[in-house]
Design a binder for this molecule. Structure first.
Ligand code: CAA
Length: 395
């Protein structure tokens, strides 16, 4: 077993770290306060090559491996969750799904512009009445000649107002007894007639990230834009979530590191009765717990990255990493607020933002409860990962 990261991984970490600290951290408090996202960040992420990580060079990407993707997510979320969310949605849920499920023609057609950042991709599964219960979506696609006509509404869609293309899951056969077999996946252009979006305001966290609802009113989509076969939509969605959850799990480690980045200097500087609070054992216990969770979190996501690199389906392991790391990040942020005392309760210091941001990841891309149930089902032998589809890459 070899735990060492390559020189390339270290360089990628350095690049993503610098990007986060130079391009995101300086303006983040004001954006977060104003509940505003900055589209110029998306452009800069593309120019820095971050949006093509894990996409093969043949399709315009950097050709780097999945550990690299995890490292980028970790370092971006160390700066702010909103930047990592872009990676989760554009790279994880959208681009990697095209890489896994697309025909050669589709990969050539869509991936180069995604890898360069010329086009932004997003993912649309969740609906007002179907979140965890993804099998009960109602957005409908009806065949009409060489096209499909889409009608419905999706919500909690990251990059809803900026993405150029959406991976949309819709019902194509409402009469099939197994609902999961009655869905298909489509790549829908924002420019399509009948498409519209509306941002969601007043979020608890990830306030510098764009989230909203999207609407399909007789949106005509060419049949050539179907990703996977007719009836594959649920599997496309679930395997997309395998990619997305990996980016969320690795990003969560970045929040834990950010908590340490904030708490170590603060606790050495802040004095109680003439002693720095870093000398107090209860504070040390909290710092130790954060360091412990960072190490566990990295091991969990490195293992998933390795499984993805060797091409092994890892739905179980990715769920475990996402479940564990997101709860650990929330716990670390809570401890970071505790260490900062009253200063942790206002945005003069970044830790209150970490607390609000980390809470979201225990809801999106599979709630904490969904992952708890999945882990129990795997352990009890009630759920087994098998090959998704003959001829399809496993990851
Ligand atoms: N990859 C490929 N195929 C998969 C799969 C995966 N990871 N998981 C399941 N499948 C396949 C199964 O093999 C099965 O196929 P067969 O019938 O051929 O065997 C089929 O899909 C149905 O699978 P299940 O029986 O396991 O389905 P289920 O109904 O038990 O799934 C669930 C339940 C796992 C909880 C699932 O509904 C789930 O993950 N729900 C949470 C959804 C979620 O995470 N939503 C977040 C959306 S994204 C977001 O948050 C917003 C954003 O913008 C980021």
């Amino acid at each position: 077993m070899d735990f060492s990261l390559s020189a390339e991984h270290e360089l990628i970490r350095e690049t993503a770290y610098k990007f986060g600290q130079q391009e995101i951290v300086p303006g983040i408090r004001e954006l977060d306060r104003a509940h505003e996202s900055d589209p110029s960040t998306l452009k800069k992420m593309g120019e820095a090559g971050l949006l093509g990580v894990s996409i093969p060079e043949a399709y315009g990407g950097t050709g780097t491996d999945y550990i690299s993707l995890g490292i980028v997510c970790e370092e971006l979320e160390r700066a702010d969750t909103s930047a990592r969310v872009v990676m989760s949605v554009h790279s994880g849920l959208h681009s990697l799904s095209i890489l896994q499920w697309g025909t050669e023609e589709q990969k050539q057609r869509w991936l180069p512009s995604l890898a360069s950042g010329e086009a932004l991709g997003a993912f649309a599964l969740t609906e007002p009445n179907a979140g965890s219960d993804a099998v009960n979506i109602s957005t409908r696609a009806v065949r009409d000649g060489d096209d499909w006509i889409l009608n419905g509404e999706k919500t909690w869609i990251s990059l809803s107002d900026y993405a150029d293309r959406f991976l949309v899951i819709a019902v194509t056969d409402p009469d099939t007894p197994k609902k999961a077999k009655g869905m298909s996946a489509f790549i829908v252009d924002r420019s399509s007639s009948g498409f519209s979006s509306r941002p969601i305001k007043g979020k608890l966290g990830v306030r510098a990230g764009n989230t909203g609802s999207i609407f399909f009113d007789d949106v005509r989509v060419p049949a050539a834009n179907m990703l996977g076969g007719e009836g594959d939509g649920f599997k496309v969605a679930m395997s997309a979530l395998d990619h997305g959850r990996y980016t969320v799990a690795s990003g969560a480690v970045g929040i834990i590191q950010a908590c340490l980045d904030a708490c170590i200097p603060y606790s050495k500087d802040r004095k109680v009765a003439g002693e720095p609070i870093a000398s107090k054992q209860l504070v040390q216990q909290m710092i130790a717990s954060m360091a412990q969770d960072r190490e566990i979190g990295q091991l969990l996501y490195y293992k998933v990255g390795w499984l993805k690199n060797v091409g092994t389906r890892c739905t179980r392991e990715v769920s475990l990493a996402k479940w564990t790391n997101c709860a650990a990040a929330f716990d670390a942020a809570n401890k970071a607020v505790e260490i900062h005392g009253a200063y942790g309760f206002c945005d003069e210091y970044p830790v209150e933002r970490y607390l609000r941001n980390s809470r979201g990841a225990m809801i999106y891309e599979g709630t904490h409860e969904i992952h708890t149930i999945l882990q129990a089902e795997y352990e009890l032998g009630l759920r087994v990962d098998k090959p998704v589809k003959p001829g399809l890459p496993a990851v």
